[in-house]
Ligand binder design. Sequence first.
Ligand SMILES: NC(=O)c1ccc[n+]([C@@H]2O[C@H](COP(=O)([O-])OP(=O)(O)OC[C@H]3O[C@@H](n4cnc5c(N)ncnc54)[C@H](O)[C@@H]3O)[C@@H](O)[C@H]2O)c1
Ligand SMILES: O[C@H]1[C@H](O)[C@@H](O)[C@H](O)[C@@H](O)[C@H]1O
Length: 344
Amino acid sequence: MNTTNQHDKKLRIGVIGTGAIGVDHIRRCTHTLSGAEIVAVSDVNIDNAKKAVTPHNPNAKAYESGHDVINAENVDAVMVTSWGPTHAEYVLSAIKAGKFVFCEKPLATTIEDCDKIIQAEQAHGSRLVQVGFMRPYDKDYRALRKMIVDGAIGTPLMVHAAHRNQNVGENYVTSMAIFDTLIHELDVLRWLLDDDYISAQVIFPRQTSHTHAKLRDPQIVLLETKSGVRIDVEVFVNCQYGYDIQCSVVGEKGIVSLPDPAAVALRSDAKLCTPILTDWKERFIDAYDIEIQEFIDGCKTGKIKGPSSWNGYVAAVAAEACVKAQETQAIEAISIPERPAMYK
Ligand SMILES: NC(=O)c1ccc[n+]([C@@H]2O[C@H](COP(=O)([O-])OP(=O)(O)OC[C@H]3O[C@@H](n4cnc5c(N)ncnc54)[C@H](O)[C@@H]3O)[C@@H](O)[C@H]2O)c1
Ligand SMILES: O[C@H]1[C@H](O)[C@@H](O)[C@H](O)[C@@H](O)[C@H]1O
């Protein structure tokens, strides 16, 4: 009886960081998904938070501090969508309050902070954190994984991937190509291959004229896995032409590749054209919907299943090696500790 009531009740979410993705997740919780409502918002720029309180979220209140959102009595679960370096503080505070927390990637921008989070969560005794790695929810990445698991390409040998953004702002610097952008590949490729990384190297090709003094762009990241798979990922965040995610896995007897998003083809004026997306919000829109719905449902049943803080930690270990490799231009080792029992 109680369980049914619990499931019927809306999950009351507090959102910290009401910028691009914060507002987008508020939109999907309010208009697209079921079983949740936004009751609290905050942003270091309070005007951003106030703008996120709209007639569509009549019960939302804007707070000056993210910690007030976490500790508000009517907040059942927290969403951390502020800038990466601020995530750890809020996630730790949510764990302390015993509340479920969805944290956008990266979980934190240092291994130490990720470690504090997994220690705190283990001390709590059960999972409270879901990390915003949405690609494993994407139907095409899932199809790719199924083909690999089913043996369609034989043993995987190599991966060629590209992560291209149309452009980035002046605040985006060289290390963010790793912690902000490559972090998606660092998570999804080990899931795709069911493998772990052992080394990383970063190569800087000729620079695009569309970058700025604090950003090397593009970059090529070379990864090696325990089983010997070699991965190259081109990270090119001022590619100008669109938002483009590519991934091909080469196996002993075939290749599987991520398809381009479906788009209407136009035949006209002696040309055949299909548009390319420019905005990350559209590229993985269905995957974001599924990941957040799973978070809402998990909070309501008391058991969350999505990418864990362990996934966030492992991605950070690999990311730190890549950042070091950016500086040294050498091959850097990646050593991932034993997975704690709680995350098995
Ligand atoms: N999963 C994805 O595909 C995806 C897509 C976009 C962004 N993200 C992640 O989401 C996070 C936010 O990215 P964004 O594109 O929305 O950035 P954004 O700059 O548009 O928004 C971030 C917001 O956080 C606020 N903020 C910064 N520090 C804060 C603090 N200490 N407390 C409260 N608010 C604070 C800023 O004022 C801003 O409004 C980043 O970690 C980013 O990597 C993930
Ligand atoms: O925060 C964004 C987001 O994660 C996008 O998915 C990625 O393509 C961008 O490079 C990154 O800056």
